[in-house]
Write a protein that binds this ligand. Structure first.
Ligand SMILES: [Fe+2]
Length: 206
């Protein structure tokens, strides 16, 4: 598989967050996604794997995901990449379709608004980091400031159309397992099984 990237899931903090280290084994280069409350654990993991962090990305702007940004930025000096609707001050804008290189692999940006206006998912071609858009058997809240349940429905419809064997790596450990697949979510996630927008909004907002 050309350009395969490995995804390391790191449980951190009191809100069952997951931080992620994504790395290219061939070049030993890495990206940090959502350091959350565990930037030191992420840095320790990078050191243990002997990989060099080149970029920091956030799936969205909420503090429980971005809380560790400052420590990562201070210790590595790498650029911060976020969708401009969630963080207009970031060094790089994670717009839909952007391919962020990580060694020989890429993280493809899917703009998936709904939980927040600037929520994104990051796709390696095999694995999907879903932030607070899609969890194992659940989905993100759509009742927060900036949330849009209709946009979330369309974003989830887009994710459900990815290949069934795509691995799902969520932003929180809210389900029965820490990871799943798109096929599993299509079959078992009640929010993905809604037949139309109205039933989705009833289930999500009810
Ligand atoms: Fe969030």
């Amino acid at each position: 598989m050309p350009g395969s990237l490995e995804v390391v899931q790191i449980p951190v903090g009191q809100m069952q967050n997951f931080a992620y280290l994504v790395y290219c084994p061939a070049t030993k280069t890495a990206a940090v996604v959502d350091p959350s409350f565990g930037p030191d654990a992420v840095l320790a993991q990078a050191e243990a794997l002997d990989v060099k962090i080149r970029i920091l990305l956030n799936t969205h702007g909420h503090n429980d995901h971005a809380a560790g940004n400052r420590v990562i930025l201070e210790k590595t000096g790498v650029p911060l990449a976020v969708h401009p609707l969630d963080n207009p001050e970031a060094d790089m804008a994670l717009r839909d379709g952007l391919q962020v290189p990580v060694g020989k692999g890429t993280l493809q940006v899917l703009h998936t608004p709904g939980h927040t206006p600037g929520s994104v998912c990051l796709f390696t071609g095999e694995a999907l980091i879903t932030g607070d858009t899609l969890f194992v058997t659940r989905v993100g809240r759509a009742d927060l400031p900036g949330s849009d349940p209709e946009a979330l429905y369309h974003s989830l419809t887009r994710l459900a159309a990815l290949p069934g064997d795509t691995q799902v790596f969520p932003g929180h450990h809210y389900g029965p397992t820490p990871t799943s697949t798109i096929a599993f979510e299509r079959a078992n996630n009640p929010f993905l099984r809604c037949p139309d927008l109205q039933s989705f909004i009833r289930l999500r907002m009810g």
